[in-house]
Design a protein around this ligand. Structure first.
Ligand code: CIR
Length: 260
């Protein structure tokens, strides 16, 4: 069973990306490309075969492939991104996803961004955000409940996506910023709180026994490292500062799946 990470190159137009909670700052394209290469190297360290969707330089946010699809063992769901400027991203991603899974779709009036979807075992938590609406969440529920997954909507405030506020860093362990999401929504799980000086530090990408994480959040990284070491897991730090200016984190830049 091979582990696949689907990625997409940084677009030359990244500076024109969508921004919701951040002020626009210059983005160094060459540095963003180098950082993305470092991210792909971390994926390879975690035994992923990196499969690239062709670049789409006219689509500023195309690097954030997480938002346009969800991939489970049983099926894939192409989302309908909440930002209209991002809907054109699906066209080239779908055929790549379709190599590995049967594909279902979120349809109008539903909207859903993959960044709002957090999976913990057979449970999906979906952020009700400016990008994902109740119709999208209902459609997802209809598609995945027949495969034994539950879907709970969770309110998020102050950040773009649910996974800006909380992400999974181990079996049943979440890393979160409780100023942006109510941890009680997730029931009985272990919760690591981000350092209060690092509100953006809750987005981590767990792949098997490793976690990819931005080097910039040094205090939260120290906490996370101690937790992972105790659990026999590894921490893989990457530079992700340029894509952070585009309001993206480490989960956003890949779709992880198993090829059977
Ligand atoms: C957007 O606003 O859509 C992009 N600039 C950032 C998307 C980040 N994606 C993610 O957190 N899953």
């Amino acid at each position: 069973m091979a582990r696949i990470a689907i990625t997409r190159p940084v677009s030359t137009s990244i500076v024109h990306c969508e921004l919701t909670h951040l002020a626009r700052e210059p983005i160094d394209y060459a540095r963003a490309v180098r950082q993305h290469e470092g991210y792909e190297a971390a994926l390879a360290e975690l035994a992923c075969e990196v499969v690239r969707v062709p670049a789409a330089h006219d689509l500023p946010d195309a690097v954030f492939v997480e938002d346009v699809a969800l991939v489970m063992d049983e099926l894939a769901v192409m989302t309908r991104p909440g930002a209209e400027s991002r809907r054109g991203e699906l066209e080239a991603v779908e055929p790549v996803v379709a190599r590995y899974r049967d594909v279902a779709r979120i349809e109008e009036p539903g909207t859903l961004d993959g960044g709002d979807v957090l999976r913990v075992g057979r449970r999906f938590f979906v952020g009700r955000s400016s990008r994902s609406n109740d119709a999208g969440i209902e459609q997802l529920r209809a598609l995945v409940s027949k495969h034994g997954y539950s879907v709970d909507a969770v309110d998020v405030r102050g950040c773009l996506h649910l996974k800006s506020a909380v992400s999974a860093v181990g079996k049943g362990t979440l890393l979160g910023n409780s100023a942006w999401v109510d941890r009680r929504a997730f029931g009985d799980v272990a919760w690591l709180e981000v350092d209060p000086t690092e509100p953006h530090a809750a987005n981590a990408l767990r792949i098997g026994g490793g976690v990819i994480y931005p080097r910039a959040y040094a205090r939260t990284a120290a906490l996370l490292r101690a937790h992972l070491e105790a659990a026999g897991m590894s921490l893989h730090l990457v530079d992700a500062s340029e894509l952070a200016r585009a309001e993206g984190g480490v989960t956003c830049c890949s779709l992880i799946l198993t090829d059977r």
